[in-house]
Design a protein around this ligand. Structure first.
Ligand code: ZN
Length: 197
């Protein structure tokens, strides 16, 4: 492998670079999988309850896309690579495959919650591996972790309070923690843009 200064630096600080890159690649593929399955899911949600859940999923979906885009440059900086092909079955949302035409909200929520828990666990692990040794990766993983915890809270709130929660739900800023790591924060910029009537 070609010499990689960023990788040498973190190895010098005591990070197992091979393990870290594997974890970051796994996380990145999980994020893009989530994006795919959320997109699929939102086409299957119907009715008032489905509409309410779709609003939550739309926010989580945009943030997971941002997480993918924020992770990829760091993976390449460390000398890692993404696989050339993508199977799309690596995320905790794989349980959403074979959705019926009209998705059942109570059936879906546990899958969403489990996936959010897996993400929180994964980023907590990355933070633990890099804390005090690789500040750049640590700060990125911590920013994503904040947003994954928020996804978990949204789904729990929906489970507990259902549509009442959604009626009180205000417009959110997308990726309040991760935007600073995006090379082109397209999503946030678009949201902030006001279109003339
Ligand atoms: Zn994410």
């Amino acid at each position: 492998m070609a010499r990689c200064a960023a990788r040498e630096l973190i190895e010098w600080s005591g990070v197992d670079a091979e393990r870290l890159i594997d974890l970051l690649v796994e996380r990145a593929l999980g994020e893009v999988s989530n994006y795919y399955y959320y997109t699929l899911l939102r086409m299957h949600l119907v009715g008032v309850e489905g509409d309410a859940l779709r609003r939550v999923i739309d926010d989580a979906r945009e943030e997971d896309r941002n997480h993918f885009e924020a992770l990829v440059p760091r993976i390449y900086e460390l000398g890692g690579r993404l696989p050339a092909t993508f199977a799309g079955e690596l995320s905790g949302l794989g349980g959403l495959r074979n959705l019926p035409a009209e998705a059942d909200v109570p059936e879906i929520l546990p899958i969403l919650l489990k996936s959010a828990e897996d993400s929180v666990r994964g980023y907590t692990h990355v933070c633990g591996l890099t804390s005090g040794k690789d500040n750049r990766t640590y700060n990125l993983a911590l920013a994503i972790l904040h947003e994954e915890i928020a996804h978990q809270v949204w789904f729990l709130e929906f489970l507990g309070r259902g549509m009442a929660e959604q009626q009180a739900r205000h417009a959110r800023i997308i990726s309040p923690f991760v935007t600073q790591f995006l090379q082109s924060p397209r999503v946030s910029a678009l949201k902030a843009q006001s279109f003339p009537v």
